[in-house]
Design a protein around this ligand. Sequence first.
Ligand code: NAD
Length: 294
Amino acid sequence: MMEIKKIAVLGAGQMGNGIAHVCAQAGYEVKMRDIEQKFVDNGITTIKKNLDRGVSKGKMTQDEADAILGRIKGVLDLKDAVKDADLVIEAIPEIVKLKLDTWKEVDGAAPKHTILASNTSSISITQMAAVTKRPDKFIGMHFFNPVPVMGLVEIIRGQATADATVKAIEDVSHKVGKKTVIVNEAPGFAVNRLLVPALIEAVFAIQEGVATVEDMDLAIKLGLNWPMGPLTLLDFVGLDTALYISDYFVDEFKDSKYRAPALLRKMVRAGWLGRKSGRGFYDYSGEEPKPMRF
Ligand SMILES: NC(=O)c1ccc[n+]([C@@H]2O[C@H](COP(=O)([O-])OP(=O)(O)OC[C@H]3O[C@@H](n4cnc5c(N)ncnc54)[C@H](O)[C@@H]3O)[C@@H](O)[C@H]2O)c1
């Protein structure tokens, strides 16, 4: 099996900087690419903050943290990022055309042996692989947010993904400290296949007046031992993202059982997107989140 030493991470946002962090921490040389210097800088600042927290909690020494940061180079040029990479992990925005254009360019600029992995939450791995000349070396590598904390990588096989590619990605995932599951490409993979319908059902229950927002959250938190209730979680995920995935499931499965409740669509249209907009199922304008009434 080819040994992976150098990794290019595309995107320095929420997921990209977390992926760069865990890869560098595992000893890989990392180039992290974004399209503007300020995005690269923000990504590096976040990694530094998270490393500092590790140092102050006694999880690593300052020297170790410095060495990890020293293995991450922020870059703007795509060719520079991928030209000597053994693995490219892409975490750019969830927009089909942007991903397809980027993968075409990466395929032309990366060495022949390089494995191409996408952190997409929903876009077809097979569709992205098909724009490259190496669909056997194309795979899904789905991390969870926040990357340094969450313990799982879902590995997604596209139609043409080779066994050797799966093995190489299993190996990297384990080296960065994650457990893996291997999923054949399907909408939502394994985790979101279950999670999104569950979150959507919680909104149906609110819409029907089954319980208040805070009681629904408390019921699921204590009754199912979830770390937080579904409506609190929806506010974290973003109501627009949940609606997007729900609509996507309906399109892909051609099954109306995945449909979103009218309340969710109405809230998104009102700009009530959750924490990022200051209001969703809770109002975040005060000291404490205040449950909304529906
Ligand atoms: N946020 C999550 O919880 C989560 C979880 C798993 C997977 N994902 C997936 O990860 C991907 C990224 O999501 P995110 O939440 O990190 O988004 P984000 O908006 O925080 O970050 C995306 C970054 O990519 C940059 N970018 C845009 N075009 C680029 C290009 N051509 N090359 C390099 N960088 C480019 C943007 O400037 C931005 O900094 C998406 O596919 C998303 O579906 C997100």
